[in-house]
Design a protein around this ligand. Structure first.
Ligand code: UDP
Length: 219
């Protein structure tokens, strides 16, 4: 038996499973596709695909297990990836037929490229990248591990993004230059619709146009 899992049977997972099935080997009696999700309330089947728990996936008797984590939240995705780090599984990468990858793009394992996404040229991306519907990454960008682009993110050229960064829907990131790339630090969160015109410090939430840090809440 071979098993192909999508971790997360919520919104994003249900969007990604049809792409996974359509772009991968066909299902047959000794090859199964499953959702891996720990929420019992979802039932045993989600969108006509069997749902099993993390434990059941780990214990499943299969010669090969392939898994992709379709959970947008950066911290949850990283935590789940760590659980599997020493297990005998292969990370699956998923690319919608309408996604485009041009020249000299290196991309780590576990990536999910949704429909109408574009990665142009001379780009380096870490592991478990999510590029949701219609987002693009332009030339000479470097993106770290566990980065999520929500739908319609426009990341222009010469931008450096650290690890564990969440970029919300419709964000525009201004281009940097070869001499001075625009840098978004590790753990930053870019709020929906923000226009990022300058560097974003590590672990900072920015919102608005031009994007500015959210004032910290006073206790
Ligand atoms: N989930 C899980 N185990 C965890 C954390 C999350 O099975 O340790 C599942 C959770 O039950 C939910 C999905 O992952 O079904 C995450 O869904 P959410 O709507 O938060 O994410 P999205 O689909 O929007 O990325």
């Amino acid at each position: 038996m071979e098993i192909f899992g999508i971790y997360g049977a919520s919104g994003f997972g249900r969007e990604v499973m049809p792409i996974f099935k359509a772009t991968n080997v066909p299902e047959r009696s000794d090859r199964r596709y499953v959702f891996v999700d720990d929420d019992e309330e979802l039932g045993d089947t989600v969108n006509r695909t069997t749902r099993i728990s993390q434990r059941e996936f780990l214990e499943f008797d299969a010669i090969e297990k392939t898994l992709a984590i379709a959970i947008g939240d950066v911290k949850i995705r990283k935590r789940i990836a760590q659980v599997f780090s020493k297990k005998q599984i292969k990370w699956g990468s998923i690319a919608a037929p309408s996604s485009t990858v041009l020249h000299d793009v290196s991309i780590g394992e576990g990536a999910i490229l949704c429909s109408n996404t574009i990665l142009t040229s001379n780009i380096k991306i870490g592991v478990h990248f999510h590029c949701n519907l219609g987002s693009y990454v332009a030339h000479d960008c470097v993106i770290g591990d566990f980065v999520t682009f929500a739908p319609n993110v426009m990341c222009n050229g010469n931008v450096i993004i650290g690890d564990n960064v969440y970029v919300g829907t419709g964000v525009i990131i201004k281009n940097g230059t070869r001499a001075k790339p625009l840098v978004i630090g590790d753990g930053a969160v870019i709020g929906m619709g923000a226009v990022v015109t300058r560097d974003v410090p590590t672990d900072t939430v920015v919102v608005g146009n031009p994007a500015k840090p959210l004032p910290r809440k006073t206790p």
